[in-house]
Design a protein around this ligand. Structure first.
Ligand SMILES: Nc1ncnc2c1ncn2[C@@H]1O[C@H](COP(=O)(O)OP(=O)(O)OP(=O)(O)O)[C@@H](O)[C@H]1O
Ligand code: NI
Length: 427
């Protein structure tokens, strides 16, 4: 990449608030030509290969595509959760622009707060710890794997507050960071002040005051997810809770610090249908309250159609189309997206509906330069087997597709007879 890496400290302040600058001009996230490869004995697996898409502030974006097309690897790379090795960041950026409160009007959607941006592919593990939970949070398909079986729910939810709200909790407990007794406890343990107070053998009154505040924060976070008896749940262990309840705990933990982005990787697949609906409503409600953007990974296309503002379609490690949900479902451009989305009824799409397109997903090992879909495409022509199409904006400009059907031979400098024809019908 020619762009220099963006550092966390790299804050370019924009003009001060004039009250008229509401509405972020730039997306919350710009995934730009991202490539993540895995080294394997068979060769290099191009799990994500030049993927580009955007997530607007507060937007719900659905990420769809057949199994193995790179959805989870893309999403996990937002939080540095792709194990490396074997993964290699082979190129591209994930530019993240967290919301900042405007010092004049205190609104986080006002550009007077300035625009920090940094490249998530460049963060160190320490920097990721600051981002995780505070600015970007993730919930997974199986909450049992994400929760620690030997800690109470309260201890686990408290963790995110210890990490990101330590000073606020000390202040709420009426404790001063200048208190010499607290300072001594902290330096004895060489740990953070707030944790040190909770672990100190003396300081009983201070510790109790602080513990009460921590419990209040946790109870409040659990109550937000409409858990009826948060104080009781706090003292439970994960195995004592149902799947739906565990998913609520995970949502409480994820949204406790009102992050700018929630990544939900098949968040309801493991739950039964009625609980699924409750969980989706809950995510939606909390999202509206905190203006959180959500990246939804799902195989359930009717769900995506119902809850998402934008849809990103991936195929074999690449983004083949992105656009507003209604437009994408009504008028998909890419032949793969047409096969995938064109046949989705408005209600009740059975799961596993992605297998309707004939043919095999191509190998992701050492792929050559060509349209990955060309072997399955009714429109494929010579150019599709020889060149990789780029994601290009179509009318309206926020609808992008990567397909030679919508390109002109002259602009590409290619022979017209090699180009695909729109007249050939897709079977
Ligand atoms: N740790 C790993 N080592 C090697 N290859 C991996 C690893 N993780 C993922 N891959 C490969 O990367 C590709 C993309 O995987 P990914 O999990 O992102 O797919 P997905 O779109 O999320 O699929 P699904 O819908 O089944 O969850 C797959 O070919 C997978 O085999
Ligand atoms: Ni996945």
């Amino acid at each position: 990449m020619t762009n220099r890496p963006v550092e966390m400290s790299d804050v370019a302040l924009m003009p001060r608030c004039s009250g008229a600058e509401r509405g972020a001009a730039l997306p919350l996230v710009t995934v730009d030509d991202l490539s993540i490869y895995f080294q394997s004995r068979r060769g290099t697996v191009h799990a994500v290969d030049g993927a580009s898409f955007e997530i607007g502030v507060g937007q719900t974006v659905g990420l769809v595509g057949e199994t193995g097309c790179g959805k989870s690897v893309t999403a996990r790379s937002f939080l540095g959760l792709v194990p490396s090795p074997p993964a290699v960041h082979a190129g591209g950026r994930i530019v993240f622009r967290p919301r900042q409160e405007c010092p004049s009007c205190h609104a986080s959607d006002c550009q007077g707060g300035g625009q920090a941006e940094y490249d998530l592919t460049k963060l160190t593990p320490r920097e990721f710890r600051k981002v995780r939970g505070e600015q970007i949070a993730m919930i997974f398909q199986d909450p049992s794997l994400a929760l620690n079986p030997v800690l109470t729910i309260g201890q686990q939810v408290a963790e995110v507050f210890h990490q990101h709200r330590a000073e606020m909790m000390l202040a709420d407990a009426g404790l001063s960071t200048d208190d010499p007794l607290l300072r001594r406890a902290a330096s004895d343990r060489s740990s953070r002040l707030e944790r040190a107070v909770l672990a100190a053998p003396g300081l009983r009154r201070r510790r109790n005051r602080l513990q009460k505040v921590v419990d209040e924060y946790v109870a409040q976070a659990l109550a937000e997810t409409r858990i009826a008896n948060p104080r009781k749940i706090m003292n439970s262990y994960p195995h004592e809770l149902s799947g739906g309840m565990k998913q609520r705990v995970m949502i409480a933990q994820a949204l406790a610090c009102a992050p700018d982005l929630l990544i939900a990787d098949e968040p309801t697949t493991a739950l039964d249908v009625t609980i699924q609906a409750h969980i989706l409503d809950l995510i939606h409600e909390l999202q509206e309250r905190h203006h959180t953007a959500v990246l939804y990974i799902s195989h359930d296309l009717s769900l995506v159609r119902d809850v998402c503002d934008q849809v990103v379609v991936m195929y074999a490690g690449q983004v083949v189309e992105q656009g507003p949900t209604t437009r994408l479902f009504d008028n998909p451009l890419h032949p793969y997206a047409r096969g995938l989305l064109g046949a989705v009824p408005s209600g009740g799409q059975p799961r596993g509906g992605l297998s309707a397109i004939e043919g095999m997903v191509p190998e992701l090992v050492n792929p050559s330069s060509q349209c990955r879909f060309h072997t399955r495409c009714a429109h494929a022509s010579a150019v599709c087997a020889a060149h990789t199409p780029t994601l290009t904006a179509h009318d309206p400009p926020d609808h992008r597709a990567a397909c030679f059907l919508y390109e002109h031979a002259e602009t590409l400098g290619l022979p017209a007879e090699d180009m695909p024809s729109r007249n050939r019908s897709a079977s």
